[in-house]
Design a protein around this ligand. Structure first.
Ligand code: COA
Length: 432
């Protein structure tokens, strides 16, 4: 047995032993998205009788856990989220989950500046022969919090792919390991609809061979990528590596050979998608996951010449303000890196910031383009950071356009059923 194996064995504990380490007043950060320690979080509520005031931070949560779905546990657990996944969203009405606004590139470092959480619980791959584990599907904030925590517990999951980049962690930095054998979170590939293909075609017309792309989270960006199949030498600098990016790389479209930064490498900070994506990532030297405060720093993004950020939104107003994270006052997701990537793109040489969305929501009953955002809606992307808004009706240029021009351009890509109403409202409220 090697000395690494001996050390690892001395740190190996059971689930019950791990839970016994959590005490009242602890502030825990859970691993992000695919790195979520689902087995431990699933059991966390079982310690309720001996703890109060335990705070759990999690982001783009992949699971729903009793510690926040049971409102009777409010005195025991507080849950905070940087980006709502379905569980946090559903728990909103229970008042058990609170949202923390912030940009992906610095929400976590700002949290540490105010009060560093004392516990980190994440997920890693099994140890290699050199005494390292890997954070695998996310390096967004994992290592940053590990460096600041007093107690680090990691689930060890053999199903995680071996992903390159800054994912390695020496076992010395981990206090305890809990071995688990659970499936890793998978995002099934949604079927590409006719509207997606049309929107994809418009977005593709704004992207040139050799550009570096970022694709956001949501149905449209994933579908749009498939419209890039006839492009050449695209590069990737993105927060989330998606299933469609793996498909583009395997088709030879993404090569990164023209990138001005990290040439030849796909750069991201986390990956979420289907099993094909995870197989693509496994041991693949062309992909590097790096920390979120580097990858999504707008100054770093801007070093990519021909950088194109492509995200989607829930609503835009006639001046070009973009809401992507709330439906009125109610938090739906989070800013994530939407503003980071748009800001980086508009500061890059020949960069472009694109929002692509369906012209309507709720089966065509609501226009996604409104005279103003629904009261209470969060402005995710400032109207100052947007170059193009795209719907299935075309492309509305925003860059260097006045409000009057923006109104005209946006009405032209609104659903025909809502165009005259938008025009009337623009006139009545002097939106120009
Ligand atoms: N008014 C009211 N409801 C609306 C709406 C509108 N204008 N637009 C959409 N909705 C509803 C939809 O009906 C749907 O509800 P349902 O789940 O009950 O059917 C829900 O909002 C989600 O819409 P959908 O279009 O399916 O969202 P999506 O999964 O494609 O995600 C965002 C879209 C905008 C929420 C997502 O991209 C996001 O969170 N963006 C912010 C972060 C980001 O872009 N980061 C960038 C880098 S990863």
């Amino acid at each position: 047995m090697t000395r690494y194996q001996e050390k690892y064995n001395s740190k190996k504990i059971t689930m019950d032993e791990a839970l016994a380490l959590i005490k009242s007043g602890d502030e825990i950060v859970a691993g992000f998205c695919g790195g979520e320690p689902m087995a431990i979080l699933k059991q966390l509520h079982t310690i309720k009788d001996r703890v109060t005031d335990v705070t759990v931070w999690y982001s783009l949560g992949m699971g729903k856990y009793e510690f926040f779905t049971n409102p009777e546990l409010k005195l025991h657990f507080t849950t905070n989220s940087w980006f709502h996944g379905f569980g946090a969203r559903e728990a909103h009405s229970l008042g058990t989950v609170s949202f923390q606004p912030g940009h992906l590139h610095n929400a976590f470092t700002r949290k540490i500046e105010v009060k560093p959480p004392n516990v980190f619980i994440g997920t890693v791959t099994p140890m290699d022969q050199h005494g390292y584990v890997k954070t695998s599907l996310s390096v967004l904030y994992e290592k940053t919090f590990v460096e600041h925590a007093d107690l680090v517990i990691m689930e060890v999951n053999p199903h995680l792919p071996n992903v390159g980049g800054d994912t390695e962690l020496p076992i010395d930095l981990v206090d305890y390991f809990v071995e688990v054998d659970r499936p890793i979170p998978v995002l099934p590939t949604a079927e590409v609809q006719e509207l997606d293909k049309i929107i994809g075609g418009y977005v593709a017309s704004l992207v040139n061979d050799g550009d570096t792309i970022q694709l956001g989270i949501g149905g449209i960006p994933n579908a749009v990528a498939l419209a890039f199949m006839d492009k050449k030498d695209l590069g990737v600098h993105t927060e989330m590596i998606t299933s469609s990016m793996a498909a583009l790389a395997e088709a030879g479209v993404i090569t990164g050979s023209k990138k001005s930064l990290h040439r030849g490498k796909m750069i991201g900070t986390f990956a979420l998608g289907n099993q094909k994506l995870y197989d693509f990532l496994d041991g693949n030297p062309s992909v590097q996951l790096l920390r979120g405060n580097y990858v999504n720093n707008p100054f770093v993004i801007a070093k990519n010449d021909n950088m194109v950020s492509i995200n989607t939104a829930l609503q835009v107003d006639l001046s070009g303000q973009v809401c992507s994270e709330s439906i009125g006052l109610r938090t739906y997701s989070g800013s994530g890196g939407q503003n980071d990537t748009a800001e980086g793109a508009i500061h890059a040489k020949n960069g472009r910031s694109i929002i692509a969305l369906y012209s309507t929501a709720k089966n065509g009953t609501i226009s996604a383009i409104q005279p103003w955002l629904t009261p209470g809606a969060a402005v995710t992307l400032s109207r100052n950071n947007i170059d193009y808004i795209v719907t299935e009706y075309g492309i509305a240029p925003m860059k260097a356009r006045t409000i009057k021009q923006r109104v005209e351009n946006l009405i032209a890509i609104a659903h025909p059923d809502f165009r005259s109403e938008l025009r009337e409202m623009a006139f009545k409220h002097e939106i120009w």
